[in-house]
Write a protein of this length. Structure first.
Length: 252
């Protein structure tokens, strides 16, 4: 797939119009349409910026930009103890151009859902740094009880957490943020899932100073903050996006 096809395919997969993508990278809409048509070739810097906002930068290694998560959480709650880095500011500037946030990086009225969805497309659950997949052996609730009993810091997210906040679809993909991935896996007796295999999985993601911030205890289970759970559901698979939609009323 050449660069024109790659950009066009990713733009559509992200649910963006050519005009919206152009605004995100601060170029004229005709620039995007000409790139996709193959009539002009973008510079390396422009191609890098386009692919970055689409979630698959040049040299993509499988890990997403952690600054997009921090930018989204702070846009929704600026009081959170999360560092405002240059990368966070860059995401706010991009989002301001499509009227998701104001000039200070605060989400605009009525834009919470769009902001969480946009951040999720760049930071999908399957592409998080320090994430490890394991074979499913038990329910998410049993996992958190085991980790809690062993004193391992954790926070449940994804569809398992969504079902605690608002009972809905069945649990498909248990995902937990943990302070120590290796220790958590050993304590829970999890076995690594071979890359490229199909079927169920349990995913453990290491704490990053953002995703585990603002945890809540729901029905006796330590979960990620509601905004983080919604973002993660939008970045998940299957019916998880529907669960995110259902939870937005509680986050408003």
């Amino acid at each position: 797939m050449n660069i024109a096809e790659r950009i066009s395919t990713l733009r559509r997969a992200n649910g963006l119009s050519a005009r919206q993508l152009a605004a995100l990278v601060d170029v004229a809409p005709t620039t995007v349409t000409r790139i996709e048509a193959g009539t002009v070739s973008p510079s390396f810097d422009l191609a890098s910026e386009i692919l970055r906002v689409l979630g698959e930068p040049i040299g993509f290694t499988g890990e997403t930009d952690p600054d997009v998560l921090a930018a989204a959480r702070l846009a929704l709650d600026p009081t959170l103890p999360i560092a405002v880095t240059d990368g966070v500011v860059a995401w706010w500037e991009r989002w301001a151009r499509i009227r998701l946030v104001d000039e200070d990086g605060t989400v605009l009225p009525g834009q919470r859902a769009r902001l969480l969805f946009r951040a999720a497309t760049v930071a999908r659950l399957s592409r998080r740094a320090d994430a490890a997949d394991y074979l499913p052996t038990t329910s998410a609730r049993n996992l958190v009880e085991t980790l809690g009993g062993a004193g391992i810091d954790h926070a449940l997210t994804g569809d398992s957490a969504a079902n605690l906040y608002s009972p809905g679809a069945g649990e498909v993909w248990p995902v937990l943020y943990v302070a120590d991935v290796a220790a958590a896996a050993q304590t829970a007796g999890l076995r690594r899932r071979e890359p490229g295999t199909f079927g169920g999985r349990v995913t453990l993601i290491g704490f990053d100073g953002v995703c585990e911030t603002g945890r809540e205890r729901v029905d006796g289970v330590m979960t990620a903050a509601l905004d983080q759970v919604i973002l993660d559901c939008y970045g998940g698979t299957g019916r998880m996006a529907e669960q995110a939609d259902q939870l937005l009323g509680r986050a408003a």
